[in-house]
Every structure is written in C-alpha cells, then in structure tokens.
Design a protein around this ligand. Sequence first.
Ligand code: NIG
Ligand code: FE
Length: 431
Amino acid sequence: MPENSPFTADLIISNIGQLVPCASAGKPKRGAAMLDVGIIENGAVAVAEGKIVGVGNSDDILRKFNADQNVDADGCVVCPGFVDPHTHIVFAGDRLNEFKLKIKGADYLEILANGGGIISTVKQTRAASEAELVEQSKIRLDKMLSCGTTTVEIKTGYGLDTETEMKMLAVIEELDKTHAIDIVPTFLAAHAIPPEFKSNANGYVDLICNTMLPQAWKWFVSSHFYGRVPFFADVFCEKNAFDLAQSKHVLETARSMGFRLKAHVDEFTNLGGSRLAIEMGAASIDHLDAISDEEVKLLAASNTIGVVTPAVNFNLGSSHFADARKLIDAGCAVALSTDYNPGSAPCPSPPMAMAIACRYQKLLPSEALNAATINAAFAVGMGNKVGSIEIGKAADLLVLDCRDYREIAYEFGGNLVASIYKNGRIQCIAR
Ligand code: NIG
Ligand code: FE
C-alpha cells in the first residue's frame, strides 16, 4: 500500500479505551506469557471482508484506513470474541430434579450410577425430534452469543446409540448453518455407558469403534464442516464411565480414522487418562481436577492444551477446583470453558467462568482472558483463525461496557457485553 493513499476498509472501530488483542503470533500462550494481553490504549481495529486488516493506535489506523462504517467506541474496552472450547449444549429437557438432589447432598457420580444424570438427559434426547433439539439448542446459542461467545465447540454424547448420536451431529450442522456462532463439532459417543449395555461396557466400546466412529467420520466428510474445522473425538475417562483401556481403544480407533482427540480426564478420579491423552497427541485434556504432578509436567512439555471447567465445581458446590495456578506456573497452556451442559454446569457465560477461575483457581484477569480467547481457540484447533485481534483473523470482536478489561472477571452476575461483531458484522442480541 503506498504511504499516502488510505486503504478502504468496511469498518473501523476507534477510540477504544483499552484494546485487548490477546495476540499470540501463531501459538498458544503458556506459563508467564499468559499474563500478557497486549493492551493498546486509544486503540482501533480496521475490518475488511470479515477479517481484521489493521490493529493499533486510533490516530495511526484512522490515517491508514477509510471505512464505510465508523464506530466510536467512546473509551470502552474491545476484546476478542470468546471461544468456548468445551460444551454439551445439544440436549433435550433439563435436570431440575437432580438440582434439588444435589442441593440435598447427592453425589454426581452416584446419581449417574443410579441411572440419572447423563442417562436422564439421554432418555430425553432420544425422545426428541431433530427439529425440537435444534429449537432448544438455538436458545442456548443465543444466550452464549449475548455473553460474548463467537466460536463454540459442541459435543454429542446424549444419544449413546448410533441413531441418536447421528441425530445430534445433524443438529450441530443445522445450528452451524443457521446461527452466527461458529461451531466445532466433537463426537462423544463415549460419554456414558447406555442402559442397554449396563453389564457389557466392552460391548458398547465395540459398537463405538466398529460402527459409530466410522459413521460419524463418513458424516463429517460430507458435512459442511469438512475442510473448514477439525472433527474431534472425545471420551469420558472416569469411574462409572470408561476405564483407561476402554478410553485408549476409543481414542486409538478415532485417531486412525482422522479424528483429532480430546478427553474428559481427572474430573473426579485419576485413572491415568491425562498421560494417555497427552501421549496420544490430544489437542486438549479437559477438567484436570485430579491430575498428578507427573502428568502436569508431561502436559507442560506437550502441545496439548489443559482446559479447565470451574463452573462445574461451582455448580456442584465443591470447594475442590483443578489447580490451574499450578498448571500455569508449571508452563502449561491453559484454556477456560463453561462446559455448558444440563447437569454439571448449566452456565452459558465465559465471563462467569473467568470470575470463578480468578477467585478459586487464582488466575489473574489477564490469564483468565487469554484462557477464554486465544488458548481456547487453540484447544479447538482454530488458533490460526479466531481467538485474538490480529491481522488476518476473523473480525470477532466484543465492545464491553467498561473502561478496564479486568472488570470482565471482577464483576459477575451481569453482562458487560455492549455489542458483538462476528466476522465483522454486528449481531442483534436478545437479552
Ligand atoms: O463435562 N463429565 C461429563 N460430561 C459433562 C457433564 C454432562 C452432564 O452431566 O450431562 C461434564 O461435566
Ligand atoms: Fe464435558
């Protein structure tokens, strides 16, 4: 571009009190680098064709660019749209009865072992039509968008039979086609042992490996996700769910077909799932409440992201949280998710997860913001496309009704999101 001829952009947002890019130069942030959010005071962002084309000081950007649309941020904070890297938002019904049982002291894994918990949502999800699931899940996506989420990972796992797991994938594809939030799909047939296989868990693992994973991969290849986002396979490696050998079988089979890997590990019990998933090159290992020091070292030395889910502990009324402070201090790349689901975390809000992470996992607000944006993007294989305000990335931007980005985690229970741009287009948000 010649020095003196301004480039025409579609949109410039200027007079940003604190522009908080969370830029990472192509890799997740680990250890002390998680403290750096790269604040630019009096910042501006220029956008063309849905992508970021300029980031910097307002005076510089306004000199370099003209735009059809100019937005004055009036001193507000602008940060990247949140990436929620672990959710289960396609389901039917609710778990309100279980909420009461939990308040009265019932244990999450005991409820599951007695045919409630995940299994009660499986029953409701099997009985729902595809259209009903789309309708109910769309309401959840709308809530997430209004909280600032612009990219989300969604897992299957409330079908636990081939037909319903495939129905969930169809719902995820329909949501992605019709909703502003971008979705990364994850196949989680290995979420719980279905009632039909209660005394034959290995039989269910065989069904997953021989029938469900191949069908899911076939679906992916002809879906509109193919070539745009990765497809993950996940397993719940836990007491009363899948043991280490079963988890290994599922993950190895999935990897051989082309899936990228994730694993629910150490949520309650350490079965060795973290080591297994790290050694298998998983993109992320999630929960980590019971991870061992040895495994923390392995995680720090790997390319796997550690995803923590503090809304789960909060919701279960537990005082024990994954030691995310220890993970970061050991040099791990940590991401933060809501884990939005009907049982362990009915929470659509990344800022709420950040608020809990700061108080109970001792993250600083800068660490929590990097964890909910750029590191979360890497946890879903999208780190080169979203999660930070960098030239060439999608213009997924939040204008926040505050002057200091630390308020995102400091205040809780409200919503500071004033406007949301997804691929450079402003979104209408229902409140
Ligand atoms: O990440 N742990 C397993 N899966 C979810 C909970 C799902 C549910 O309770 O419905 C989780 O916590
Ligand atoms: Fe989960």
